[in-house]
Design a protein around this ligand. Structure first.
Ligand code: ATP
Ligand code: MG
Length: 135
């Protein structure tokens, strides 16, 4: 049984919002009792996903969820946009694949840094990426 004990949603419309998304991810990770190493993993993943939401999704939202389950606590971050979507998700998750000017390491990196990774995307509808980390 997983409980969502607290939730908050923030817009990601400009690069300042990406900075704020990082700060919020850090604050919530600290609050949940994550180690400094885990905090950094969460912040790094949040930063990559927030930037994708802005750059490729044309903006969207980040939802934070503080999770509690018997004997453990977690943090879930959900990034959503109504942008163009990803035609080939497997390809997008391949290290080095980019349609922009990045290194193509953001999505795959965020996946590696998470305990659970979930991605939904449909061309013409948008993209939702959810990462969860348990402590
Ligand atoms: N929210 C999104 N909407 C549409 N396409 C996306 C979205 N997020 C990622 N993509 C697609 O997936 C590709 C890979 O994303 P990824 O974050 O791994 O690399 P990148 O953003 O291109 O470079 P990097 O993150 O290393 O700077 C992107 O180039 C883009 O084509
Ligand atoms: Mg990226």
């Amino acid at each position: 049984m997983t409980d969502v004990s607290r939730t908050e949603t923030r817009p990601i419309r400009a690069s300042e919002d990406v900075v704020q998304a990082r700060q919020m991810a850090r604050a919530w990770a600290v609050e949940a009792g994550f180690t400094l190493v885990d905090q950094t993993k969460i912040v790094t993943a949040a930063s990559e996903l927030a930037r994708n939401t802005l750059v490729y999704g044309g903006g969207g939202t980040m939802r934070l969820e503080a999770l509690s389950a018997p004997g453990r606590r977690g943090l879930r971050l959900v990034f959503e946009d109504k942008g163009p979507g990803i035609p080939d998700i497997e390809r997008a998750l391949t290290d080095g694949f980019t349609t922009g000017s990045g290194l193509g390491l953001g999505l795959s990196g965020a996946k590696r840094l998470s305990s659970e990774f979930d991605i939904w995307s449909r061309v013409g509808e948008g993209t939702r990426v959810s990462i969860t980390r348990w402590r």
